[in-house]
Design a protein around this ligand. Structure first.
Ligand code: GLN
Length: 249
């Protein structure tokens, strides 16, 4: 179905393979928050070999996955998904990539065993796994303009250590947790309309302001720069709970 001014399309990359620690909740949040603003919100599932309707997508979501699942998708990403994804992003579509998906949008992901999966280099990051897994709650302070409150909360579980190159800037700094690599205190990355992060949980239900940031940015090309406010009291209570828990650690 062609994009109209009233449709809002989410493209879910590899829902069958790259979908762990509640990542599905991000899809539901984006669909619902677009719907509550009167859009005809719809989902396009992009499994291996399928690139149908990728140029209709407003926001892509790429979830996490263990090394085994990443090994199953990285070639399809390079061969089939990269060209239409780059086209869509060049036309203003947004991308939210979590953990294993975040890693494969970079230059490469190297497992603890030394196996290297080339990424599509859409974001200027590289990842090499270490022996120790980074697991636990995460609190991030962010200085992304228009993102308020300037905090993000979630859960991480990864062996990868991600390092940012000059073209990518951090999504924020960890107040609690390991973040990108457990050493430089950065978490995630922001490059153009692409956001990468290690925050599972799922991320968006407890960070509705980030969901709106993605939706609003994808609608700029339609001349929309404001979204009607929603009652986020429940979502923000969950957000505050994690901040409080972090504070008492
Ligand atoms: N396999 C990757 C790692 O261990 C990503 C894990 C994930 O998506 N949670 O770092």
């Amino acid at each position: 179905m062609a994009r109209t001014n009233n449709t809002f399309t989410i493209g879910w990359l590899y829902p069958d393979l790259m979908n762990i620690y509640g990542d599905r909740g991000n899809i539901l949040t984006l669909l619902k928050r677009a719907e509550w603003r009167g859009y005809d919100a719809r989902l396009v599932e992009l499994d291996r070999g399928n690139v149908k309707e990728m140029d209709e997508v407003d926001v892509f979501f790429f979830g996490g996955g263990q090394d085994r699942e990443q090994a199953l998708v990285y070639q399809d990403l390079l061969e089939y998904k990269q060209p239409p994804l780059e086209r869509a992003v060049a036309q203003g579509a947004g991308v939210l990539a979590v953990c294993g998906g975040y890693q494969l949008l970079g230059h490469y992901y190297q497992t603890a065993g030394g196996q290297r999966f080339p990424g599509i280099g859409m974001i200027d990051v590289r990842t090499e796994a270490g022996k120790k897994r980074f697991i636990g709650d995460v609190v991030v302070d962010t200085d992304v303009p228009t993102l308020f409150p300037p905090t993000l909360v979630g859960f991480e579980n990864h062996s990868g250590r991600t390092f940012l190159g000059p073209k990518a800037k951090p999504l924020g700094r960890v107040r609690l947790g390991f973040g990108n690599n457990g050493s430089d205190k950065t978490e995630g990355c922001l490059q153009g309309t692409v956001i990468g992060t290690y925050l599972h949980g799922s991320l968006l239900p407890k960070n509705p302001h980030l969901a709106d940031y993605l939706i609003r940015n994808a609608l700029i090309r339609r001349g929309v720069d404001e979204l009607s406010p929603l009652d986020d009291s429940v979502e923000m209570a969950a957000h505050e709970q994690i901040l409080l828990r972090a504070h008492h650690r």
